[in-house]
Design a protein around this ligand. Structure first.
Ligand code: BES
Ligand code: MN
Ligand code: MN
Length: 456
């Protein structure tokens, strides 16, 4: 598609300036101090969509952060594609590790640097610009809706209800999402699976106050020691999770399917080098791709308690805490896993401490079929712009709302992510290569074209 490339060439500086405007708004959903920024981001996106040619762009309140919705219905007889994305971002801390400030985007080494550059402001903006292009040429081949939410990074607690309440407005044939990554710049891929999530916070309480660790040490249970021991017992020497019943609903992927999956090119040396580890670690009997794609996992995301300030303080802490997440595979249900976890965690608490566990958030995994018109359309689109057929692969990440879309709206999603593993999403120095940004804008219009053809 020649025309799109000249459109990108003529407008690329403006695209970046506009995206930068969005990245400059620190829309961190988890912190209440950013509430006004959430509002600002929605207004910004509403304007971008309106300028691009959308009708009825609006900001819809929820019990949490607002949702932006817009649409362009060119012919009610044609299929409707709904683009989903999120304008909220993860906190930028630790700030001192950023080479340039997280909310002052800049271009270095051919990449856009800033919080949200990839996840998901950069990726959702590709859709706005692809839509703008189609509108400017009058070549939009189907109807389009946009739903951009502001609570993805905190588990989309209000989006399910929003979908139920607005099912008619959100009616569509397929949901198009760019919020995942591809295997590599030279290996276009379509994400066909996401993991579910069960996220807990646990608390271990010992004595009623921090004690002198000389006067009491050795005689009173130390909550931090106990918590460490309890966490260590949650996985065994084969890196399998020890919670009784945890694997009951896990579907074992067939040897044929595993063989098929193993064909996806994966450079293990590059993977290790990129994160600077000498050896990888995970459940025995499975490859790295399988460990993240088709197997569940359990990780401590943070652990604290006692004295962590400068220098030494001799205490036996009163309390210890941890945030523990479990990534789940299709057919495992987060609510059931929450219950199994809580029951087990309380049961392994030794005498001398009190233990409690509560759910922070969670959601279900997703598998998307490859024999779907949207998959075929996406595949053709990538083939045109990358010169290669994309490979299907299951990602280890989670977008819990995707399974909810299927359950509430009855609609499948197609995950056309243009990010790279090296984009450092959620980490300091998040970035998005310009090449990927423009490649996304080039590929998306072709998806619409082939999807409309598939649905004729
Ligand atoms: N965009 C990511 C998910 C993702 C990234 C999936 C790359 C596949 C490849 C999303 O914004 C995210 O971070 N999701 C959270 C889940 C949420 C409930 C906090 C996650 O996976 O931790
Ligand atoms: Mn995301
Ligand atoms: Mn994210």
């Amino acid at each position: 598609m020649e025309e799109i490339n000249s459109y990108i060439e003529e407008n690329k500086e403006r695209f970046l300036e506009e995206l930068f405007g969005l990245i400059r708004i620190p829309s961190v959903s988890s912190k209440s101090e950013h509430k006004p920024d959430m509002r600002k981001a929605t207004e910004y996106i509403k304007k971008s969509l309106t300028d691009a040619g959308a009708d009825k762009a609006g900001v819809f309140p929820t019990d949490g952060h607002p949702v932006v919705f817009a649409e362009k219905i060119i012919d009610p007889a044609l299929p409707v594609v709904m683009v989903y994305g999120h304008y909220d971002v993860q906190p930028a801390e630790p700030l001192d590790l950023w080479k340039s400030p997280p909310f002052e985007p800049e271009i270095r080494d051919g990449k856009i640097w800033g919080r949200g550059a990839d996840d998901d402001k950069g990726q959702l903006f590709m859709h706005v610009k692809a839509f703008e292009y189609l509108m400017s040429k009058g070549t939009l081949p189907c109807n389009v809706k946009f739903m951009i939410e502001g609570e993805e990074e905190i588990g989309s607690p209000n989006l399910g209800r929003f979908c139920e309440a607005n099912a008619e407005m959100l009616k569509c044939d397929v949901i198009l999402v760019s919020d995942t990554s591809m295997i590599g710049r030279d290996t276009p891929s379509i994400t066909t699976g996401l993991r579910g999530l069960s996220y807990m916070e646990v608390e271990v309480t010992g004595p009623n106050r921090d004690l002198h660790s000389g006067l009491y040490g050795g005689a009173v249970a130390n909550p931090v020691n106990i918590l460490a021991r309890m966490i260590a017992s949650l996985t065994d020497e084969k890196n399998r999770i020890t919670i009784p019943g945890f694997y009951d609903d896990v579907i074992e992927v067939s040897p044929q399917e595993r063989e098929e999956m193993a064909k996806a090119p994966f450079d293990i040396e590059k993977y290790k080098k990129e994160i600077d580890v000498d050896e990888l670690d995970g459940e025995s009997g499975y490859s790295t791709m399988e460990r993240t794609g088709i197997r569940p996992s359990l990780d401590v995301n943070g652990i604290w308690g006692g004295y962590t300030g400068e220098g030494a303080k001799t205490i036996l802490p009163s309390k210890a805490f941890a945030k523990i997440s479990m990534r789940l595979v299709p057919n495992q249900y987060s609510k059931k896993i929450d219950e199994l976890f809580i029951k087990h965690f309380e049961s392994i608490a030794p005498a001398g401490v009190k233990v409690s566990a509560r759910v922070l958030h969670g959601g279900e995994g997703y598998v998307s079929p490859v024999d779907h018109p949207a998959y075929r359309a996406a595949s053709k689109a990538y083939e045109d712009t990358f010169g290669k057929k994309p490979v299907p692969f299951r990602s280890g990440g989670s977008i819990p709302i995707i399974s909810l879309f299927e359950n509430v709206l009855g609609v499948k999603s197609i995950l056309m992510g243009f990010g790279l593993e090296s984009d450092a999403i959620h980490s300091p120095n998040e970035n998005f290569p310009l090449w990927n940004f423009y490649k996304g804008i080039e590929t998306i219009p072709l998806f619409y074209k082939y999807y409309a053809q598939e649905m004729m």
